[in-house]
Design a protein around this ligand. Structure first.
Ligand SMILES: [Zn+2]
Length: 78
């Protein structure tokens, strides 16, 4: 597979960012470090973070999925 080295839209190599709706969703933990009850909002957020999208830092257009980006560039996804 060909690594992604630049934005396919504007050919910028500035870098990318990942947008995920999880950013503003709190994840609850207990004092002992275990996961607390996070309710339905958390369930939804967890589904979203499975498929974050990679965007171009320059033009802001969607490049590919995070999974695909990691595979192509040899990154271990978290
Ligand atoms: Zn771009």
């Amino acid at each position: 597979m060909t690594p992604i080295k630049e934005c396919p839209h504007c050919h910028s190599d500035w870098g990318v960012f990942i947008k995920s709706d999880l950013i503003n969703v709190p994840t609850n933990y207990n004092f002992d470090g275990s996961r607390g009850y996070n309710g339905e909002m958390y369930d939804n957020a967890e589904k979203i973070i499975d498929k974050p999208t990679v965007y171009c830092q320059r033009c802001g257009k969607k490049i590919c999925s995070w999974d695909n980006f990691c595979k192509r560039n040899g990154i271990s996804p978290y």
